[in-house]
Write a protein that binds this ligand. Sequence first.
Ligand code: NAP
Length: 494
Amino acid sequence: MVNGAGDESRRERHVIDAVDKGVFIGGRWRESGDGRTFGVADPSTGEELCRVADASPADGMAALAAADAAQEAWAAYPPRERGEILRRGYELLMARQDDLALLMTLEMGKPLPEAKGEIAYAAEFLRWFSEEAVRIDGGYAVPPAGTGRFLVTRRPVGPCLLITPWNFPMAMGTRKIGPAVAAGCTMVVKPAPQTPLSMLALAGILREAGLPEGVLSVLPTSRAGEVCEPLMRDGRIRKLSFTGSTVVGKLLLEQSAEQVLRVSLELGGNAPFLVFEDADLDAAVDGAMLAKMRNIGEACTAANRFYAHESIAEEFAARLSKRMEALTVGRGTDEGVQVGPLIDDAARDKVQSLVEDAVGRGAKVATGGAPVDGPGFFYRPTVLANVPPGVAMAETEIFGPVAPIGTFASDDEALRLANDTPYGLVSYLYTQDLTRALKVSEALDTGMVGLNTGLVSNPAAPFGGVKHSGLGREGGTVGIDEFLETKYVAIGGI
Ligand code: NAP
């Protein structure tokens, strides 16, 4: 046992030591321009795992210069070769899936099987866009009047700034890097400071896969605003692609106005999960577990508000509580753990205050309802029943393992409750009635709908939201469009 534990901690040290912890600019690793570093912590203990270079504003400008210098040649690179680089990146990620998953679990906390799942999901974006790189089409057409011709081509938008969150440290990167590479854009990536190691590892892998110098730079930094704002105000960056909170997304949208950047925003959600009286309750509970507990509840797609028809709400709450109670909470590296820690103490305190607010307004704790004592930022899987309208968690992303259940009496009421939010990322519904399924799916005011499924994310599908959940789509056949401009040549004399 003791030897086993020693082997495990040596392996953890090995995967951390294997990552270059510098700023990655122009194909090389460097120290931060002003020599600063910041710490990366293990959320299951709160202890520092390692330190990484803390990119300075000058590093940001150096990365931008590298992206700008590489753009012209990269745009002219044969699409097949851009695709082959992505394909090799996919293969390298999959070959190193176990080590990369361990690295991710250490810095982010999610259980190892989920981290492995994220590596595969992240790799799939590279594979998908390796295939899209050679399908960038154009058009040649006869105008309605019959004279002249239209020639339509597509070209890369130019250097991009890609900003990613901590909750899916690798997949939110490849969902942007994949299409940017496929389209022929160069890029500067700023990962979240809680989880820079996965992105730094990815940079090394893409370099190994043959990505030319300057196409990708990675800036781990504790000074996001100081580093990114000058880039967005510099005319050389042509696009911002951001995944993160709505509040930061709005700020960046304002900053993007000065240079009229192309903007893609994948922002926060507040997903409703509707269970109708004719639903297959076993399937609905399975879907609820997935939609709520994937990523410890720290997902933009997480079911945030459950509404069950009043005739089955009690049964649904009882079955969901039983499943939630049976989950094993612990350090994500430990065998059998299903629920890891939240990212930090602020996240755990926020969850606790949302639960206290709901209970104070009459919600009943069916299971959980409190943090776990001891080190790390663990919270008990929680179900709240009889949750009245107007609780704070109905308006805020919980971002934790808490399922609040309210009720509805009619389809109209279910829809009214579901759409009563400025967010519009995803909704879920469970029903076996085809007409109801289609009517409700059409009326739900979100970019995505999970119909009798608790998982919508798929690299081959268009992911994104409406209203305060964002602009644009990632993945699918439209994902590459966000990184392409359309150019039209009017041809005369023919
Ligand atoms: P966040 O606080 O908005 O941060 C996201 C990223 O933006 C981080 O890298 C952050 O770095 C950076 N950032 C913050 N202020 C910035 C500024 N002024 N200039 C440039 N960069 C800045 O969000 P988070 O807490 O990391 O992530 C959770 C949020 O992301 C949730 O709301 C979740 O719903 C959303 N999300 C959405 C999707 C989607 O596809 N729709 C997917 C995943 C997550 P610093 O931390 O250093 O400030």
